[in-house]
Design a protein around this ligand. Structure first.
Ligand SMILES: Cc1cc2nc3c(=O)[nH]c(=O)nc-3n(C[C@H](O)[C@H](O)[C@H](O)COP(=O)(O)O)c2cc1C
Length: 414
């Protein structure tokens, strides 16, 4: 089965891609998450690359998500016994080997025939949490079946206009042992994702959640999100809580005001995220939002038994440490695991997780802390944070693909 139209065509780009695949670096040569992105950009089908990498509009938020981490510096402490470092923590009450998790992304099969099964298997082997997405290209029950004993999965929920369907989904997710429901609240419609919109040839074989009547003429993003209920509002939480005993978290909070409301409506937590820069361009970096959310929750005494997660632009162990120092309980990572999966399958995802764990261990040791619970704001210098200017970012610039203009037809001279 072909996943995209371009698999059937023989453009020079496709031929070059096949040559690149044969000549890609060995997995042992991957030293950081950017290495996977670099290999992906040069080997995976353009429909997959465009859907995975795209941000919204001018991609200002996409770049700012990552750049924001470069405006925080550390205040390391020395002369402490740092011989033994432990990275384990608890997320929603379950112990896990590291304070980061695989965030929900859709359409894994665009990048690899086994799709999100790669993510489930690697997460199981490495003991990290996987947030399974509504738009996964592998059915949820298959991803639940692929879990090993004790492995934690969370479920990312898009509330469907067909509320009966949403109810059945929640009931099944609970029955199948997921440990939390993350309702995505930042997508009453798909963002304006132009890289993706230029990939208009989605093969009808690619399964699209939400039925057969979606508009497939504007790229993958629009095709898959047209069923999401734009009437979703705070009062719906009351209804959702009658369906399940699972912890309910809101994914997509971007202000202190909404963080406080989520706690007051009885949510178990929130994810500070702008959907990886794929929704409203000029949304602030989640790291900046975190800095106003934690004091606001504390002031109202809402920070106990309420877990704040963050995602977007996290690419290094030091990024994770910075977020945790400022109060995040856990950190989500999206695209890098898609790139690792698309290029090297399960082993690729495992390697990416191992690299992050190893960066965490070495950075914690150099920071002077031996366990996650020791992290705090005393280790952070944010003097340059609000200037919004960042040091040059060579690896990011190398893998970042600038937005394109429409191609002229063959005779044109530009
Ligand atoms: C290809 C792709 C698909 C995504 N699909 C969803 C989705 O269906 N639901 C959702 O809540 N978030 C989705 N996200 C957002 C991620 O869960 C996460 O917030 C984001 O990827 C984090 O940014 P990062 O990719 O820079 O790590 C998607 C992200 C990507 C890159």
């Amino acid at each position: 089965m072909s996943l995209t139209k371009e698999n059937d065509s023989t453009t020079p780009e496709d031929e070059q891609r096949l040559v690149n695949i044969k000549n890609k670096p060995d997995l042992s040569q991957m030293y950081n998450l950017y290495d996977f992105e670099y290999v992906a950009r040069n080997t995976i089908p353009s429909t997959a690359w465009n859907f995975y990498s795209t941000g919204a509009d001018d991609e200002i938020t996409l770049r700012e998500n990552h750049a924001s981490y470069h405006r925080l510096f550390f205040k390391p402490r020395v002369m402490r016994d740092v011989s033994k470092i432990e990275t384990w923590t608890t997320l929603l009450g379950k112990r896990t080997s590291a304070p980061f998790y695989i965030s929900a992304t859709g359409f894994g099969k665009l990048g690899h025939p086994d799709g999100e099964l790669n993510l489930t298997r690697a997460a199981g082997k490495e003991d990290v949490v996987q947030m399974v997405g509504t738009l996964a290209s592998i059915p949820f029950d298959d991803l639940a079946d692929a879990r090993i004993d004790g492995q934690t999965q969370w479920y990312q929920l898009y509330v469907n206009s067909d509320r009966e369907l949403t109810k059945r989904t929640i009931e099944n997710v609970e029955k199948r042992g997921c440990k939390g429901i993350f309702i995505t609240v930042d997508a009453p419609q798909a963002g304006n994702r132009e890289k993706d919109m230029r990939s208009k040839t989605i093969d009808q074989d690619v399964k699209v959640a939400g039925g057969e009547h979606n508009d497939r003429s504007h790229g993958v993003s629009v095709a898959v999100t047209s069923y999401i209920d734009p009437t979703l509002n705070w009062e719906d939480l009351v209804w959702i809580k009658t369906i399940t005993k699972l912890p309910i978290l809101l994914k997509g909070i971007q202000t202190a005001e909404d963080a406080v409301l989520a706690a007051q409506y009885g949510c178990h937590g929130i994810v500070l995220t702008n959907h990886g820069g794929r929704q409203l361009d000029f949304s602030r970096a989640p790291l900046e939002v975190l800095m106003e959310v934690m004091p606001a929750l504390k002031e109202k005494n809402l920070d106990k038994n309420f877990e704040v997660f963050i995602d977007g632009g996290v690419r290094r162990g030091t990024d994770i440490l910075k977020a945790l120092c400022l109060g995040a309980k856990g950190v989500g990572i999206g695209r890098p695991f898609l790139y690792a999966m698309s290029t090297y399958g399960v082993e690729g995802v495992q390697k990416a997780i191992q690299l992050l764990k190893s960066e965490l261990v070495s950075s914690m040791r150099l920071l002077g802390v031996t366990s996650i619970d020791q992290l705090g704001p005393q280790y952070i210098d944010h003097n340059s944070f609000f200037s919004r200017s960042v040091p040059a970012d060579k690896l990011f610039d190398k893998v970042y693909q600038p937005l394109a203009n429409p191609p002229f037809k063959s005779e044109a001279r530009l």
